[in-house]
Design a binder for this molecule. Structure first.
Ligand SMILES: CC(C)(COP(=O)(O)OP(=O)(O)OC[C@H]1O[C@@H](n2cnc3c(N)ncnc32)[C@H](O)[C@@H]1OP(=O)(O)O)[C@@H](O)C(=O)NCCC(=O)NCCS
Length: 274
């Protein structure tokens, strides 16, 4: 079996999405990456097409991996091997190349999130040297009435800067300050005193929380709960979702305002490369 790597630029962007979609065709949750979705991932998540890779086996593509980069950190943003090529060591080989390439270009840390129940992927990443940093959990809340606490809309870019300055330095990539800074309307950001939340369009029947920041004082005064209650009151009759990119540590806050835990959970994994 002869394996080689091509960059996504070399192999073709549309062609790579086809490989990924075939690789995810039997995935735990439905995933289909169209060009529009890929381009929004490039923008929000800093995916670098020239560091992302397609694996070629005896001339044919058998898998692909998207790599995102920010400073000394990189993130495996998605990886799949075609069903017919699995169990032969291709995934292990690809992971080794991705980690070696990250180290060679000077990255000091690589991270990823993986669905906790996806046993093959979790053990592949553990075998490659990644360790679990924390669990990421998901929640849902249907049509809460909320409470009329005062909330103000702020620029997502301002919230992004605050998350960068005051949020945890190892926050999951997709709720980090850098990601929030890339968001714009129809996404919105709101604050109540020293608590901040970014949300998807509140015009839609389903609204997704995209990031949150609570300053230490805010946590003591239940400002986060008031912020969410104020949001629910301002946008009534919505289904609110917390995707499985939020640390388990935030769960108490969500549960206090009535969110119910959903089954889907992920783990955030990391490897030091220095
Ligand atoms: C997860 C995935 C990438 C593994 O790729 P692969 O080429 O089949 O993996 P390999 O043959 O190189 O196996 C490497 C290691 O992965 C793990 N692994 C792979 N298949 C496994 C299985 N069916 N059960 C348990 N562990 C498995 C093992 O740790 C294995 O090492 P071992 O053979 O020494 O036990 C592949 O199954 C896949 O693409 N799945 C669908 C998409 C997906 O889940 N992507 C990852 C989430 S983003």
């Amino acid at each position: 079996m002869e394996l080689e790597l091509k960059s996504v630029l070399e192999y073709g962007v549309t062609e790579t999405t086809q490989v990924l979609n075939q690789g995810f065709s039997d995935y735990v949750v439905p995933i289909h990456i169209g060009l529009e979705q890929l381009f929004s991932m490039l923008r929000f998540d800093s995916i670098d097409v020239s560091s992302s890779r397609v694996v070629i086996r005896d001339g044919d593509a058998v898998g692909a991996a998207l790599i995102a980069r920010r400073g000394w950190s990189s993130r495996l943003a998605g990886m799949a091997i075609l069903p017919g090529a699995r169990g032969l060591g291709v995934g292990r080989w690809l992971m080794k190349q991705l980690v070696d390439e990250a180290r060679e270009r000077g990255d000091r840390r690589m991270e990823l999130e993986v669905i906790e129940q996806n046993g093959p992927a979790v053990s592949l990443y553990q075998q490659a040297g990644f360790v679990i940093l924390r669990r990421l959990v998901s929640y849902i809340l249907e049509e809460p009435a909320g409470e009329a606490h005062p909330i103000d809309e702020i620029d997502l870019r301002v919230m992004g800067r605050l998350v960068n300055a005051y949020g945890l330095s190892d926050l999951p990539w997709q709720i980090s300050g850098e990601t929030v800074t890339q968001f714009g309307p129809p996404y919105q950001a709101y604050c109540h005193e020293d608590s901040y939340v970014a949300i998807s369009s509140p015009e839609s029947p389903q609204v997704t929380l995209r990031s949150m920041l609570l300053m230490p004082e805010a946590q003591k005064k239940n400002q986060g709960g008031k912020l969410l209650q104020g949001l629910f009151a301002r946008f009534p009759n919505k289904t609110w979702r917390v995707p499985a990119i939020f640390p388990e540590e935030f769960g108490g806050l969500f549960e206090r305002v009535g969110f119910e835990k959903e089954e889907l959970s992920q783990v955030q994994m990391v490897i030091g490369l220095k």
